[in-house]
Design a protein around this ligand. Sequence first.
Ligand code: FRU
Length: 483
Amino acid sequence: STSQDCWRPALHFTAERFWINDPNGLVFAGGQWHLFFQHNPQGNTWGHMSWGHAVSDDLLHWRHLPLAIPEDESHMAFSGSVVIDDRGSSGLGADGQAPFVAIYTACAQQPVRHQAQHLAFSSDGGVRWTQYAGNPVLDIGAQDFRDPKVFWHESSGRWVMVVVLPHERKASFYASPDLRHWSHLSDFGPAGGVEGIWECPDLISVPVQGQPGRRAWVLKVDAFEGHPTGGSGAQVFVGDFDGSRFRATQPARWVDHGSDFYAAICWAHVPAEDGRAVWLGWMNNHRYAAATPTQAWCGAMSIPRRLSVRDDAGALVLCQEPVAELATARRERWQCGPFALGAGGVDEVVRLGAGDVLDLEIAWRPGTATEFGLLLRCGGQEATRVGWDAERRALFVDRSLSGLGPDDPVYRLPQYAPLAPQADGRVVWRVLLDRCSVELFADGGAVVLTNLIFPSPESLELRAFVRGGSAELLSLECWALEA
Ligand code: FRU
């Protein structure tokens, strides 16, 4: 197959060729959104880990740039972050320019596995990088110690790093005045999901909905195993951070009820006028990533999502919505409803339209049906079912007939996310469909399911279904997205 095979997404990031995993060093600078990422520049499987690089003006269209940080003779360049040192604290800037500073995990395999944090810097906007002569900047002699996320902590006036001790299920905090010298502050964990090793932490200051100026601290940590759908997934702790120590004030929650959202980090240096917390994740699962069927490239990022926290009577709930920029990719729009389905007590399927790159919102009034919803990418025996299960009161995604996929039973299992009808009785969700993915958003973004799919290119129909009784499709509003 070619590099333009049928699953190459229209609006989700992929490498020009070959394997990607985690987003790295997300940073906004010079009016552009930079995306660095774990990349194998030599093949379509994990290995030779290096930092790839792309930039975007709108978080939707990406321009590929040369490999930023390659592996060297003795180390692979694992995950990490980038900051803009606009205070000159590192002394690494040239000509009074604020340098890009990357801090990432250098992983050596010989003579034994060893991970330490290295620094590289760039004076040309992240294109060419120089290794800092004093590397490593943080080495505790550990085999596993990785994925540093660095940010400027305003009230203590210093840089803070959160990094993981994967096997101990701990997030470790460090502080630095200059990005070169780091001192240990505290550890958080084990807590929450501890079945799998911990990876890719981020400590995020997230705006609270409806309360201008109020923000909440959210610590995100990924777990390599133990996600409810099987395999790897992201969890969050909402809590307090005093500049030295993170304390969870609520139990851990899984970020996504689907299988394919991992290693997300937020963009650094988003201008104050913008004020958003925006992240994206690797749209995949460590359990089966290597067995996905694409040939010339492997791995895509999720759509960038704006984060907010909703205060549900004291319980702070993380919400994710596709960034508003996505609306600029909307093209033809169609609409239908209201109409009743399954009124005669007979299971019913109706055609609504067709397309492989769609953004839609659908609202239902439940009746007696046990299930109702949408069949995405239908054709022949294929369909990806997304719907509402009345008995469970849950949104679900079912990939059992969604086309090709890794040979892993977990991939075919239905996934459920609790979702009550709204106060007005309606059940509402949004679908963002691209050529190899379905992202579902409901309850203001508090309920999200992210999943890969690999349907046949001929399976293009969009249908509605009801089972076991009646339901009313109140409205469907659908946009074909620029593709
Ligand atoms: C997470 C991860 C990180 C590591 C990187 C290596 O997917 O395992 O912990 O830095 O990938 O590619």
